[in-house]
Ligand binder design. Sequence first.
Ligand code: F6P
Length: 346
Amino acid sequence: MSIRRIGILTGGGDCPGLNAVIRAVVRKAVGHHGLEVLGIREGWLGLMTGDLTPLGLDDISGILPKGGTILRTSRTNPFKTEDGPRRVLETLATHRIDALIPVGGEDTLGVALKFAEQGVKLVGIPKTIDNDLDCTDYTFGFDTAVTTATDAIDRLHTTAESHHRVMVVEVMGRHAGWIATVAGIAGGADCILVPEVPFDIEEVCELVQRRKARGKDFSIVVVAEGAKPKDSKVQVTTTDKVDAFGHVRLGGIGTVVSEEIERRTGIETRVTILGHIQRGGSPTPFDRVLATRFGIKAVDMVLAGDFGKMVALQGNQIVAVPLADAVRRLKTLDMGLYDIAKVFFG
Ligand code: F6P
């Protein structure tokens, strides 16, 4: 079957680089191959409600450096509603969409896999600041989040030193410590707490005190939002509510760690929670280029009929991997990288 019309959607949490990927898909599909592209608004929700818009070359002009997504996004899971899957399939048929390009993280691409198994022709594109999708070395959005977090750590360093305080900085990343570790190494953190390694608060305090004893009367402690103390099974969250994919809203562990450090060491301690600042703003050149390469490869795969797969970065090559492999498990932190970070603790 020849491909005439492609649909594209962005789902899940937004991240810098989404507009770059939309631009690349439209430039390649419309500009080079004379195909039609339909933009689906708000992720899978747009396919349930029929909220689509044609995307031509004028629509994507100037969006490359912009954060967010011109298509908007949502954390909608069609499989959580009785008629969601049927409505999605109907919209695809009504709008004569020959192939779909869903851009998302584990949730959006997990839904994509289910539709691929039902015969929908699609090619997934991985995005997330968390960098926790398997089979790809990097997702776009991650480099920008790390750049923002590193800049914040640099700024906290100077004020920590002036006031001889401990500065705790909480970063995102959900159940993976990628942002914490990479930004922590780049920013010269004195301690990094990640979800993959439950921490002992007493050891953190000892480390801060050891630094003080050798004349360093300030410390930077980077805490991933999903970090957990050794002696507790409880995850610190901001609310009991879960989203359509069953995820709790993490956040607040930085405050707990900060209060404990001050109580146990007597050293004045402050906490900064970076939150969604890490998700906003203009993508770095690395993320713009990665998103662009992903978008171009996805269109190539659609035209080659290479469906049920995800584009991925492996080494310096953009390759195709089975979607099922990419969403089977989370890509948690590379412990070799964490070992490097640990050399600089204390
Ligand atoms: O998955 C991206 C991410 O930013 C996580 O790091 C974070 O836990 C979550 O999304 C926050 O989600 P929301 O935007 O729904 O608060």
